[in-house]
Design a protein. Structure first.
Length: 120
């Protein structure tokens, strides 16, 4: 269907020009439909999305999907599911490095060991 439309427009330059003019009028009259090409608006949209998830982390699709068992240097065991990043920051840990420990890419991070628990 799309190929036929493209072929038609290539063979009928007057119709093609008319379609282009109509699209220009549409986007001039409806700038919100075409605003994602503007770098300032794209940056603002991305920022508002990240602020939303920063303020509402439980609404993010990956919140609480992975459960970790972490062992501190002095042997205490912690089970962490939702709020993993915040939990790590409170204890001065880098959440990326803890994830690497859990995945077996590192042996430990600041004396902490971790493993991913199977989902129930």
């Amino acid at each position: 269907m799309r190929e036929k439309r493209i072929e038609y427009l290539e063979n009928n330059p007057k119709d093609k020009q008319k379609m282009i003019e109509n699209l220009k009028k549409y986007f001039v009259n409806n700038p919100e439909k075409h605003n994602m090409r503007n770098p300032e608006i794209r940056k603002k949209a991305g920022k508002s999305r990240s602020e939303y998830y920063t303020n509402n982390p439980e609404k993010h699709w990956s919140y609480g999907r992975t459960t970790y068992e972490l062992t501190s240097p002095n042997g205490n065991i912690f089970i962490v599911s939702g709020g993993f990043t915040k939990w790590c920051k409170e204890r001065g840990l880098n959440n990326s490095n803890i994830q690497r420990v859990a995945l077996g890419m590192r042996k430990q991070h600041k004396g902490w060991t971790a493993r991913i628990l199977p989902s129930i």
